[in-house]
Design a protein. Structure first.
Ligand code: GRF
Length: 205
């Protein structure tokens, strides 16, 4: 019997890797249509790298400060990712903005998941900013990365209520559970059906 086509995914992380874990779990089913072929990070010693090793997935680390310039780092990261011939690259809590080399190579297939409903509250403190603003609904946004910060064309969004007694941690965790479900569902749709990006509009047939 022939195996169904399986897309090659590289996941980039900077932290705990719970979104990565959701992808590692989903991709154990061959019917999902993709496998994680490598996990890259911008720092050592993070739980997400241990998750990759436990799943038998190759890892690489490209710390920004190991390079003379941001351009050199961008070039090195691009080369390390390219070695794994990815069909899709997913930033799952990767805390660095990639540069022009990376976007030239992977711009139409580099996804990021963000923990607010964009365009509200971009940046690394999304849930904290949403709470401080007093919004009643926030959520998570999956989008294709462009040269801006959290500005690229949106694939999907999921709404999450803000509760009266939320603090940053409780809200962040509630968002993350919805975010992981969305990531697994939408990445599956993307790899099985393909996608087109027309201006800001992403279509999955
Ligand atoms: C996610 O909520 C993502 O939106 C944010 O960082 C978190 C990563 O969590 N940028 P994890 O490392 O996948 O657990």
């Amino acid at each position: 019997m022939t195996e169904p086509a399986s897309a090659r995914i590289v996941v980039l992380i900077s932290g705990s890797g719970s979104n990565l874990q959701a992808l590692l779990d989903a991709t154990t089913d061959p019917a999902y249509g993709a496998r994680v072929v490598a996990v890259g990070a911008d720092r050592d010693g993070i739980a997400g790298l241990d998750r990759a090793v436990a799943a038998g997935v190759p890892t690489f680390v490209a710390p920004l400060k190991a390079y003379d310039s941001r351009e050199d780092w961008d070039r090195a990261l691009t080369a390390q990712v390219a070695e794994h011939r990815p069909d899709l690259i997913i930033s799952a809590g990767f805390l660095k903005l990639v540069g022009p080399q990376f976007l030239a190579a992977f711009g139409d297939r580099y996804l990021n998941t963000h923990n607010t409903l964009l365009p509200a509250f971009p940046g690394i403190h999304g849930p904290r900013d949403a709470l401080a603003y007093g919004v009643k609904i926030t959520g998570a946004t999956l989008f294709f990365v462009d040269a801006g910060m959290d500005t690229g064309p949106i694939v999907a969004q999921v709404a999450v209520p803000v509760l009266d007694d939320d603090d940053e941690e409780s809200l962040t965790e509630r968002i993350k559970s919805a975010e992981r479900r969305q990531l697994v569902e939408q990445v599956g749709r993307l790899v099985r059906n393909g996608w087109t990006i027309t201006g800001r509009k992403v279509t999955i047939p």
